[in-house]
Design a protein around this ligand. Structure first.
Ligand code: AMP
Length: 404
């Protein structure tokens, strides 16, 4: 049995999952948060195979957790107390989510001292993420010193983009010196979903032209040709592209200059505005799409309008990617919004019959946690809902790397 511990580390928290890769099954999951604050919190969940369906036992502790190393200590105590025993199901490796792998990392990589130096060095491109990912790696290595640790990069899947897709049309020397280009993110999810879609359809991924729409708090579209990313909507940072929960997505760069000169905003103000106070939050005052949909249903015109802006941007990307791919075979919706909002899916695909995209309203409406088709039988393009599972993908890639 190949068991992997998957770690997704932030600056003051980390999430983990212990995954049995052969069975694609989560054996335990948890969250350690408010690291460094007066009172930290640790939650540990273990799925129980109860009669009549799976349930979950959950334990929670609040205690000071001064740093990530202490956090891993708390996690190990939770495993010892609530199971499963790490002696009985020892992880063969630890897989770490790392946000920015730059142009250097195009595949999952066993973490050596040199790899850590490189991840640190890429922090200038992801100042909020890479240092936090590295903290998690160092602490996890101390907690699990005898197994390989593997970095799985959000950017890696997009390293197959052609230069014409990843190049910004600015001064070449300046761009090269500062590594300004698009890297793309959510790669682990786009890879997982594009493969799961092919599997669902019973067709080889190599022969499919796919558009994957990862619509969560962050959102991105990806054009996948024969299983390889050829274009994606996030750029040098995860700010570009689709309208998101709190991020603007695409915007004329001159707007920033205008706001600097006319509204007196500093670089930090603009960073905060575009990353944290824009997108659906900026348009409606609400960041959670469920609330916006509820308001729209209750007749709130501002909410309804914001949903149409959100869908309009997605539609533009579908058109662009259909052109870049020379046609589309599959469109998949995934992540919180993509998996759960029939309204957004319907709005995003409205009027695309011309492309051979026909949504079936009855198939689109219900919820389900497994992959399913939501297009009509006559639709030339298969439209699917495919639940993403980034942790499982990290675990699978970790095993592949370790197995060599
Ligand atoms: P994620 O980043 O994938 O966890 O997605 C989070 C987003 O999914 C939040 O903006 C939620 O509002 C949204 N979401 C979750 N469930 C639903 C739902 N039933 N309908 C609409 N949006 C949802």
């Amino acid at each position: 049995m190949d068991v992997v511990l998957v770690v997704n580390s932030g600056s003051s928290s980390f999430k983990y999952q212990l995954i049995d890769v052969d069975a694609s099954r989560t054996l335990a999951s948890g969250l350690v948060e408010r690291i460094g604050e007066a009172e930290g919190r640790a939650v540990h969940k273990v799925p129980q195979d109860a009669p009549g369906g799976a349930s979950t036992s959950e334990s929670e502790r609040t205690l000071p957790i001064p740093d990530h190393t202490a956090g891993f200590g708390v996690m190990l105590e939770a495993f010892a107390e609530h199971g499963p025993s790490l002696e009985e199901v020892p992880p063969v490796a630890v897989g770490h989510r790392v946000v920015q792998g730059g142009a250097r990392f195009f595949e999952p990589t066993v973490i050596t001292d040199l790899v850590k130096i490189n991840i640190d060095e890429l922090s200038s491109l992801a100042p909020l993420h890479n240092p936090a990912n590295l903290q998690g790696i160092v602490a996890a290595q101390a907690a699990f010193p005898d197994v390989p640790h593997v970095a799985v990069f959000d950017t890696a899947f997009h390293q197959t983009m052609p230069p014409s897709a990843y190049t910004y049309a600015i001064d070449r020397e300046l761009a090269e010196k500062h590594r300004v280009r698009r890297y793309g993110f959510h790669g682990t999810s786009h890879r997982f979903v594009s493969r799961a879609a092919a599997e669902f359809l019973g067709r080889p991924v190599e022969e499919l032209r796919q558009i994957v729409l990862h619509l969560g708090n962050g959102a991105s579209a990806c054009a996948v040709d024969g299983g390889r990313s050829v274009e994606t909507s996030m750029g040098m940072t995860p700010l570009e592209g689709l309208v998101m929960g709190t991020r603007s997505g695409d915007i004329d760069p001159a707007v920033l200059l205008h706001l600097q000169r006319r509204a007196g905003l500093s670089a930090d103000d603009i960073d905060d505005l575009l990353n944290k106070r824009s997108g659906m939050l900026g348009l409606t005052g609400r960041g959670d799409l469920r609330d916006i949909e509820d308001a729209s249903e209750a007749g709130d015109e501002t909410a309804d309008f914001a949903l149409s802006v959100y869908a309009h941007r997605i539609r533009s990307y579908i058109g662009a990617y259909a052109a870049q791919l020379g046609g589309v075979d599959v469109i998949s919706f995934t992540a919180g919004v993509g998996e759960n909002s029939p309204d957004i899916r319907g709005r995003a695909l409205a009027g695309l019959e011309w492309f051979g995209i026909e949504l079936d309203p009855e198939r689109n409406a219900p919820r389900s946690r497994v992959a399913r088709r939501i297009s009509t039988d006559a639709s030339r393009v298969e439209v699917l809902v495919v639940p993403t599972n980034e942790e499982l993908e990290i675990a699978r890639q970790t095993v592949e790397v370790v197995a060599g």
